[in-house]
Design a protein around this ligand. Structure first.
Ligand SMILES: NC(=O)c1ccc[n+]([C@@H]2O[C@H](COP(=O)([O-])OP(=O)(O)OC[C@H]3O[C@@H](n4cnc5c(N)ncnc54)[C@H](OP(=O)(O)O)[C@@H]3O)[C@@H](O)[C@H]2O)c1
Length: 395
C-alpha cells in the first residue's frame, strides 16, 4: 500500500469494509476515504475512525450515495494524495421470491452495484486517477444463484461483466464473488442467513481468507486487452484472470442425498463430481498402498514380484488422475505419460507425493521420461527394494 496514496472505500464502514480498511491501514495505507449514506452522520463510527487514526491513517468520512455522480465526485475530490485504489463494497439486500419481487425491490438492490459502479468509473476517469486497483466485492449468488436473490444475483453478474469492461479499456479492475464470510460482515451478523447458507451447501469463509483474496484482487492487473484475449470462442473455454470465486465448497459430499447445494447440479461443477464420486475410492486406494508398503517393509522379497510393480503403477496413476480431475475408469497404465496428461507442473506435484509415499526421490525428468505408468511402477518397486535392503544393513 502506497504511503503517498489515497484509497476510496465505498460502503467501507460495513462489516467487511472495516476489516479490509484496518488491514489496509496495517499495510501502510495513509489515507482512506469512506463514502456511504450514513458516514459521519452519527457517532457509531467514532471508535473505528480513532483506531485507524492511531495507526497513522488519515480518515475522511463522506456522507453520500454512490449512485449519485455529484456525491462520488465529492468523495474523489476529498483525496489529499493521489487516488490509487477503489474498493466498491456497497450493498443493499431485499430478498424476495422472484414472483413477488417488486420493481422497486429489484432497483433498490441493483442501484448501488450497477449505478454506483458506473459512477465510480466515471468520476475516477474524469479525475484522471491512475488506479492500481478497482476491486468490486460481489457474491457467489451471481455465479450459482441463491433462492430469493434474483435482484442481488443480477447486480453481482453486472460487476463480473464490468470488471471485464474496464479491463478491455486497459484499466485495473477485479471482482471477487464471495460466499458466506463467517467472522465479520452482514451474513455473520444475521444468524438466520449463515444457517441458510450452510444448509444450502456453502462452507464459511474466514476473515483471513477474505483478506488473502483482497490481496490477490488488488494485485491482478489486466496487462492489456484481456477481455478480448479471453473472449469465449467455440473451442476455448472462457477464462478471466481478474475474476474469481471465494468459498464455493461444500461441507457435505456432493454425492450425499442430504447435500442441498444449489450448485450441485450445475454443469460447470462436473469436475467436482468426478472428485466427489471417487472420494471413497481415494480413501481405499491410500489404505491399499499403505498396507502393501508395510508388508513389503517386513518382507522386501514382495517388491520383486510383478504384483508390486503393477500395484504401484495403478496407485501412481490414481494419484495422477486425482491431480488432473480425471475419473479412474480412464486409467491405462500402458499409455505414455504425456498421453495421460502429465506436464512438468503436475510432475512436480507428483514428485512431492512420491517422496512422501515411497521415501526416496525421483526427478521430474525421470517421471516425464519414464515412458509409461508401468515403467514408473517398476521404478518405484526397484527403488523401494534397494532402500529397504540398505536400511536393514544399517540397522
Ligand atoms: N458479508 C458477506 O458474507 C458477503 C458475502 C458475499 C458478498 N459480500 C459483498 O461484500 C460487500 C460488503 O458486505 P458487508 O457484509 O460488509 O455488507 P454491509 O455490512 O451491509 O455493508 C454494506 C455497506 O454499503 C453501504 N451502502 C449501501 N448502499 C449504499 C449507497 N447507495 N451508497 C453508498 N454506500 C451504500 C452501507 O452503508 P450506508 O447504509 O451508510 O449507506 C453499508 O455500510 C458487499 O458488496 C457484498 O455484496 C459480502
Amino acid at each position: 500500500m502506497g504511503l503517498s496514496a489515497s484509497y476510496l472505500m465505498v460502503g467501507g464502514l460495513g462489516g467487511l469494509g472495516r476489516s479490509i480498511s484496518s488491514w489496509m491501514a496495517d499495510h501502510g495505507a495513509r489515507e482512506l476515504i469512506f463514502l456511504s449514506r450514513s458516514a459521519g452522520m452519527t457517532s457509531k463510527d467514532d471508535v473505528f475512525v480513532k483506531e485507524l487514526q492511531s495507526m497513522g491513517c488519515d480518515v475522511k468520512l463522506i456522507a453520500g450515495d454512490v449512485t449519485k455522480l455529484e456525491d462520488v465526485t465529492r468523495a474523489v475530490a476529498a483525496a489529499t494524495r493521489l487516488l490509487k485504489g477503489v474498493v466498491q463494497m456497497s450493498m443493499i439486500l431485499r430478498d424476495q421470491s422472484f414472483k413477488t419481487m417488486s420493481f422497486e425491490d429489484w432497483n433498490a438492490v441493483a442501484a448501488p452495484k450497477v449505478e454506483g459502479t458506473w459512477k465510480l468509473h466515471e468520476a475516477t476517469v474524469a479525475a484522471k486517477a491512475e488506479l492500481n486497483f478497482f476491486v468490486l466485492l460481489s457474491s457467489l449468488s451471481g455465479v450459482v444463484g441463491q433462492p430469493g436473490q434474483a435482484n442481488y444475483a443480477g447486480a453481482c453478474t453486472f460487476l463480473d461483466a464490468f470488471a471485464q469492461y474496464r479491463n478491455s479499456l486497459g484499466m485495473a479492475a477485479s471482482v471477487i464473488d464471495i460466499g458466506a464470510v463467517e467472522e465479520v460482515g452482514y451474513i455473520s451478523e444475521n444468524h438466520g442467513m449463515i444457517n441458510t447458507m450452510r444448509a444450502t451447501g456453502f462452507e464459511g469463509i474466514s476473515e483471513q481468507e477474505l483478506l488473502d483474496a483482497m490481496a490477490v484482487a488488488m494485485l491482478c492487473h489486466p496487462g492489456g486487452n484481456q477481455a478480448d484475449e479471453a473472449a469465449p470462442s467455440r473451442n476455448t473455454p472462457y477464462y478471466s484472470p481478474t475474476a474469481f470465486v471465494l468459498g464455493l465448497s461444500s461441507s457435505v459430499p456432493l454425492t450425499s442425498p442430504s447435500n442441498r447445494a444449489v450448485w450441485n447440479r450445475d454443469r460447470r461443477m462436473a469436475a467436482y463430481h468426478i472428485v466427489a464420486n471417487d472420494e471413497t475410492a481415494v480413501a481405499a486406494t491410500a489404505e491399499t498402498l499403505k498396507s502393501y508398503l508395510a508388508m513389503a517393509k517386513s518382507d522386501p522379497s514382495l517388491l520383486k514380484l510383478s504384483e508390486a510393480a503393477n500395484l504401484f503403477a495403478v496407485e501412481i496413476g490414481k494419484k495422477l488422475f486425482d491431480m488432473l480431475l480425471r475419473p479412474y475408469k480412464e486409467l491405462n497404465t500402458a499409455l505414455s505419460m504425456t498421453d495421460l496428461g502429465l506436464d512438468s507442473l503436475v510432475a512436480l506435484e507428483l514428485r512431492a507425493w512420491w517422496r512422501q509415499v515411497f521415501s526416496f526421490d525421483v526427478t521430474v525428468l525421470e517421471i516425464l521420461g519414464m515412458g509409461s505408468l508401468d515403467a514408473l511402477g517398476q521404478h518405484a518397486a526397484d527403488g523401494l527394494h534397494e532402500l529397504t535392503l540398505s536400511s536393514r544393513e544399517v540397522s
